[in-house]
Design a protein around this ligand. Structure first.
Ligand SMILES: NC(=O)c1ccc[n+]([C@@H]2O[C@H](COP(=O)([O-])OP(=O)(O)OC[C@H]3O[C@@H](n4cnc5c(N)ncnc54)[C@H](OP(=O)(O)O)[C@@H]3O)[C@@H](O)[C@H]2O)c1
Length: 231
């Protein structure tokens, strides 16, 4: 990561996931990175988006190790033990919508709230993993109501936070980032293993995109391929 100073510090939320784990591994391999903290539902401190207070507590516990040059949220859900993505309006239920929004939208919103103040003031990036299917403009196929809507709402929160954070920390870049299809538990039921890229490849590609963007790109939605995505 050449755009960050020697000895930069990084933090990955959702480190137990395929992409989160690959990001942690890639950053640990970077000799210029002095510290990589991986947080998940089993780490210490813990981050569990089902427990609202865990986000503030984790940020408070890590404040002394900051400031961080790079913070990435790689947590998210598409399906669960009790549900699969909706195919039609008749599949819509509060339980699925609430659970999906809790993990994909409300939790990351609190990450914006509590972790943006841990960002370095010279150059720093806070990236939230979103999804191209969350693009309203790009929605041609329909379906996946909860997931699409949760990521569209995440994108709005990111854009709104970027406007606010720019005033207090002009060196910070807040980014919505689409990883593309990647082999993982999340994509597995949808041919992810067949058509997806290995997480290690996706991690390198996303880190390269982050490395190439400056603070003027704050509040934008970018793909792993470098392309800027429509809202
Ligand atoms: N894979 C793809 O093709 C693809 C495509 C577009 C976007 N994305 C996005 O990329 C991100 C990473 O996905 P992935 O493919 O790496 O999925 P994954 O392997 O299933 O990892 C998901 C991560 O989210 C965590 N998580 C789930 N519920 C949580 C909760 N309540 N609180 C905190 N963390 C929770 C999981 O923790 P546990 O290990 O504890 O369950 C895990 O760390 C997601 O935001 C996803 O929407 C993925």
């Amino acid at each position: 990561m050449d755009s960050f100073p020697d000895g930069y510090r990084a933090l990955v939320i959702g480190a137990s996931g395929a992409i989160g784990g690959a990001l942690v591994a890639a950053l640990r391999d970077d000799p210029r990175c002095a510290l990589v903290v991986g947080l998940d539902r089993h780490s210490q401190p813990v981050i569990d988006f089902a427990r609202e207070e865990s986000v503030a507590e984790a940020a408070a516990a890590l404040a002394a190790q900051g400031p961080f040059q790079l913070i990435i949220n790689a947590a998210g859900i598409l399906h669960g033990a009790a549900f699969m993505p909706e195919k039609k309006l008749a599949d819509l239920h509060y339980d699925q919508m609430l659970e999906t929004f809790r993990v994909n939208t409300f939790g990351p919103a609190l990450v914006l709230r509590h972790f943006s103040r841990l960002l370095d003031r010279q150059r720093s990036v806070l990236a939230l993993l979103s999804a191209k299917v969350g693009s309203i403009e790009d929605n041609r196929l329909g379906g996946w109501y909860s997931y699409r809507a949760s990521k569209a709402a995440l994108n709005m929160l990111l854009k709104t936070a970027a406007i606010e954070v720019r005033r207090s920390n002009p060196g910070a870049l807040l980014l919505a980032l689409h990883p593309g299809t990647v082999n993982s538990r999340l994509s597995q039921p949808f041919r992810g293993a067949e058509i997806g890229r290995p997480p290690a490849v996706a991690a390198q590609q996303m880190l390269a995109v982050i490395d190439g963007l400056g603070a003027e790109a704050s509040g934008q939605f970018h793909s792993w391929s470098g392309e800027r995505l429509p809202w």
